[in-house]
Design a binder for this molecule. Structure first.
Ligand code: MG
Length: 384
């Protein structure tokens, strides 16, 4: 791979400095960096453990090999850290952001997020998983005597809010401390693309495992996959399709990651950027794919939408998710006293809609189905 040199040293978020500060000052650890400590705090959080019980794309009902949000998160962390290392960025910060990037996701994957957002819109509010993730690490995780939340560094909190899109100060005055209206550091920008790389490839894999996608279909419609599949199939006649598929998928993942590394380097050079200030002021996000790979990425994503995410097999699950969330939301809004006391106590301060959404968003798939069953029993008593 040409040009494997790191970016100018000033582009990485430094280990010490304003971005490594915490809301409640703590003494430095003798041998762990502030961002390494944040990785530890996220991994040891209850919300992180719950990712094991949350749908990525498929529920676990079909196969033990489907990704959960937890294993997806680990794949994103692996990819993001590799990219950060290739560019000489802050690896520990990148890893902390990857570990936290899906911590605010509700149960039932994107269908769950949509349903929760719809329920909140009926109350004049919105659900945003990045802002919810911030509430988790700031308010809901309580393991420290001295403060509420995890007391993460400013860089990690900023990245949790801004890794996937920028917020305007006008619309979100409460986010003022997170440099709104300015670009986040590259460590945060690259998380969203590492996420894309992880799920584009993983969803092809899980889609095959679920027998919703076929190899022929993928070869015919995902050019970036076929680019690698055709030559190795030619040089390995008689090799099992399963192995050829895995080999091509690996090469596709590497191609996406390589392209991202090179395109970030190219943009940094093109804009003459030397430091973090330059990244913050850049006219565009600097973490991006090249024009050609971006086109192929879109093609792959469109293929997944048409043939997997919107397939009849998954739609059934989506409808169930929407119904469960809508009914639970309505039941607790009608009678918030049915919430567990620790949540009910927040209603006066936060309003019932936000508290109910917070409670639902934190649930695993299993727990929300249990809650739904018990609410149904209370609301519609069985006649048997
Ligand atoms: Mg993700």
């Amino acid at each position: 791979m040409p040009g494997l040199t790191a970016l100018p040293a000033g582009c990485a978020v430094p280990e010490h400095g304003p971005l490594a500060q915490r809301r409640f000052p703590e003494p430095d650890h003798p041998y762990r960096s502030p961002f390494q400590r944040d990785c530890g705090r996220i991994i040891h959080a209850r919300a992180f453990r719950r990712l094991a019980g949350k749908t990525q794309v498929f529920t676990h009902r079909g196969s033990d090999h489907f990704r959960s949000r937890l294993t997806h998160t680990m794949e994103v962390a692996q990819i993001a850290r590799t990219i950060a290392r290739a560019l000489g960025l802050n690896e520990d910060l990148t890893e902390a952001l990857a570990l936290a990037h899906d911590i605010g996701h509700p149960p039932f994957g994107h269908a769950g997020e949509r349903a929760l957002d719809e329920a909140l819109q009926g109350q004049g509010l919105r659900f945003d998983h990045n802002l919810h993730a911030l509430r988790i690490v700031e308010h809901f995780e309580n393991r420290h005597l001295e403060f509420r939340g995890l007391n993460l560094t400013l860089a990690v909190r900023e990245g949790i809010v801004k890794h996937s899109h920028d917020y305007s100060a006008q619309e979100h005055p409460e986010l003022a401390e997170y440099f709104v209206d300015r670009r986040p550091p590259l460590e945060a920008q690259l998380i969203d693309l590492a996420d894309e790389i992880a799920y584009l490839t993983a969803d092809l894999d899980d889609g095959m495992e679920a027998e919703i996608l076929t190899l022929q279909q993928i070869r015919g419609e995902v050019s970036l996959f076929e680019r690698y599949f055709a030559p190795i199939a030619g040089t390995h006649p008689g090799a099992p399709d399963k192995l050829l598929f895995q080999e091509a998928l690996k090469l596709m993942l590497n191609a996406l990651a390589d392209d991202l590394v090179m395109e970030i380097r190219r943009r940094i050079r093109e804009h003459g950027i030397q430091d973090l200030e330059g990244i913050r002021q850049a006219p565009e996000r600097l973490a991006a794919f090249s024009t050609e790979i971006e086109r192929l990425r879109r093609e792959a994503k469109e293929f997944l939408y048409q043939n997997l995410y919107l397939s009849e097999d998954l739609k059934r699950g989506h409808r169930e998710a929407e119904q469960v969330i809508a009914e639970l939301f309505a039941a607790w809004m009608a009678d918030p006293a049915q919430l567990p006391p620790s949540h009910f106590n927040q209603v006066e301060e936060e309003g019932a809609a936000r508290v109910v959404a917070d409670y639902i968003a934190g649930m695993t798939d299993h727990f929300i189905l249990e809650s739904h069953r018990s609410i149904r029993k209370t609301v519609v008593p069985s006649r048997s």
